[in-house]
Design a protein around this ligand. Structure first.
Ligand code: G3H
Ligand code: 13P
Ligand code: ZN
Length: 309
């Protein structure tokens, strides 16, 4: 049981056509729900921390909570920086003991993205840390109307091959139609599988990463709506599409929105049904249980990662 890099996890996932779940963590209950699920499913696991999570929970707390989870469960866990926006935050996380970092240079042009990624790879590899980079842009539904316009921002397969060759990055996040948050598609869900297959054909040894991969489970949306505010039009990536992507090089599937929905649904339900109660354990406990069940479902039925530890 230890903090481990993503290297071996991805090598096995790539060979056996399943994906490792990468879950965003912000507090103790979220961490406990996820690790308990991974333990029951005997699945490999990545816990990832965004800049926002670091700001909210503070770096030392998150690091110690993840270390506590390893002691408590006996799991090997990769601790990953999600969407590192510059060299400095990546370096900070490497120095703090993270085993994996993402440098997200997707907003820069190709050459700038390569230069920035290379700099992070050099530093991280010298410290035994793996690196994820991103090429292509994840567009939200509000950004574009037509599929054609949206796909202009998708990852170019030739560029992906050149990018990986020139940076030496360990894994690559690609844009094929997913987006962050709970509102992913206006009409029918669409992922560019042709593009994914071509990227995988050109760089078959490179683990690919799917951001914005929450499925936005109807059960939690309904519950959120039933017990409080309205979130109309929420739509995630269909489970079948996530499962299909794991057969074409997707080795890491990023999930945050589904955790937020599961947690919020249970908190809203409890507080609505028990308006006079004010013990946080009474609503954070069910929220943690809901996260555990949801993560178990993903690992087993969608990512096919159960038993792969
Ligand atoms: O991709 C973004 C993740 O969902 C993290 O979100 O920056 O609000 O922590 P956050
Ligand atoms: P979702 O918003 O679909 O959960 O995506 C999370 C993500 O990509 C984190 O990097
Ligand atoms: Zn992301």
């Amino acid at each position: 049981m230890a903090l481990v890099t993503t290297k071996e996890m991805f090598a096995k996932a790539l060979k056996e056509d399943y994906a490792v779940g990468a879950f965003n963590v912000n507090n103790m209950e979220i961490i406990q729900g996820i690790v308990d699920a991974a333990k029951v499913e005997n699945a490999p696991l990545i816990l990832q921390v965004s800049a926002g999570a670091r700001k909210y929970a503070r770096p030392a707390y998150l690091l110690k909570l993840v270390e506590a989870a390893i002691i408590d469960t006996g799991l090997d866990i990769a601790l990953h920086l999600d969407h590192g926006e510059d060299f400095e935050i990546c370096k900070k996380c490497v120095d703090d003991g993270f085993t994996s970092v993402m440098i997200d240079g997707s907003k820069y042009d190709f050459e700038e993205n390569i230069a920035l990624t290379k700099k992070v790879v050099e530093y991280a590899h010298a410290h035994g840390v793996t690196v994820e980079a991103e090429l292509g842009k994840l567009a939200g539904i509000e950004d574009n109307i037509k599929v054609d316009a949206r796909s202009a921002t998708f990852t170019d397969p030739q560029e992906a091959a050149e990018f990986v060759g020139r940076t030496g990055v360990d894994s690559l996040a690609i844009a094929i139609g997913t987006s962050h948050g709970a509102y992913k598609f206006k009409g029918d869900p669409y992922l560019d599988f042709k593009r994914l297959k071509e990227i995988h054909r050109l760089i078959p040894e490179t683990p690919l990463v799917l951001h914005g991969a929450s499925t936005v489970l109807p059960e939690f949306v309904t519950k959120c709506n039933e017990y409080g505010g309205d979130i109309p039009g929420a739509q995630g990536v269909p489970e079948s599409m996530i499962a299909e992507s794991t057969k074409h090089g997707i080795c890491k599937v990023n999930i945050d929105t589904d955790l937020r929905l599961a947690m919020t649904a249970e908190v809203r339900k409890y507080l609505k049904e028990h308006p006079a109660d004010f013990d946080p354990r009474k609503y954070l406990g069910p929220a943690r249980d809901a996260i555990m069940m949801m993560v178990q479902h993903k690992l087993k039925n969608v990512l096919k990662a159960s038993g792969k530890r």
